[in-house]
Design a protein around this ligand. Structure first.
Ligand code: TYD
Length: 141
C-alpha cells in the first residue's frame, strides 16, 4: 500500500473521466488507472436527514475516495494540526482521504448521495472514533 505523509495537504480532489453525450454522462473508476489504491469496497450514504453529520472518525490504514454522486456536502478534513473544508458537488470529482485523517461530513443537500470507494474491507479495528484518541495516535506516529 502507498505510504504517504498523513497530512491534509496530501488529500487532493481528483478529477475522474467523464464520457458525455446528449443522453447523459458516465464516470469510470478502474483499478490501476484512476486512483492510488485498488478498490476492495464500495458503500454509499443516502437519505441523510437535513442537519445530520456523518464521519466523526479517522482510519489507521484505509484510503478512500469520497464522491458526491448526487447533490452536495462538505467534507472537513483534519490531520491534528491543520483543517480544511472541501465542498463536493460534482459526480466526476472525488476527494482522496489518506489514512490518519479525521473527517466529518456535513451540510448534506436534500437527496445527496455520498459514494465512497475504499481500499480495504470493513474493519472496526481500523477506526479511531474519539478525537482525543486520534490526537494521541497522531503523536505516537
Ligand atoms: P460509520 O463508518 O461509522 O458511518 P459514518 O462515518 O458515515 O457516520 O458506519 C456506520 C455503521 O455502519 C457502523 O455501525 C459500522 C457500519 N458499517 C459497516 O458495517 N460496514 C461498512 O462498510 C461501513 C462503512 C459501515
Amino acid at each position: 500500500m502507498l505510504s504517504m505523509v498523513s497530512d491534509i495537504h496530501n488529500c487532493n480532489v481528483v478529477e475522474l473521466p467523464k464520457i458525455h453525450n446528449r443522453s447523459g454522462n458516465i464516470t469510470i473508476v478502474q483499478n490501476g488507472e484512476h486512483l492510488p489504491f485498488d478498490v476492495k469496497r464500495v458503500y454509499y450514504l443516502y437519505d441523510v436527514p437535513g442537519g445530520s453529520e456523518r464521519g466523526g472518525h479517522a482510519h489507521k490504514n484505509l484510503h478512500q475516495l469520497i464522491v458526491a454522486a448526487s447533490g452536495s456536502f462538505d467534507v472537513i478534513i483534519d490531520d491534528g494540526k491543520n483543517k480544511k473544508i472541501i465542498q463536493l458537488n460534482r459526480p466526476n470529482f472525488g476527494l482522496l482521504v489518506i489514512p490518519g485523517i479525521w473527517r466529518e461530513i456535513v451540510n448534506f443537500s436534500s437527496g445527496a448521495i455520498c459514494f465512497v470507494l475504499a481500499s480495504e474491507k470493513y474493519s472496526e479495528e481500523d477506526y479511531i472514533r474519539e478525537y482525543k484518541k486520534f490526537l494521541e495516535w497522531k503523536l505516537s506516529k
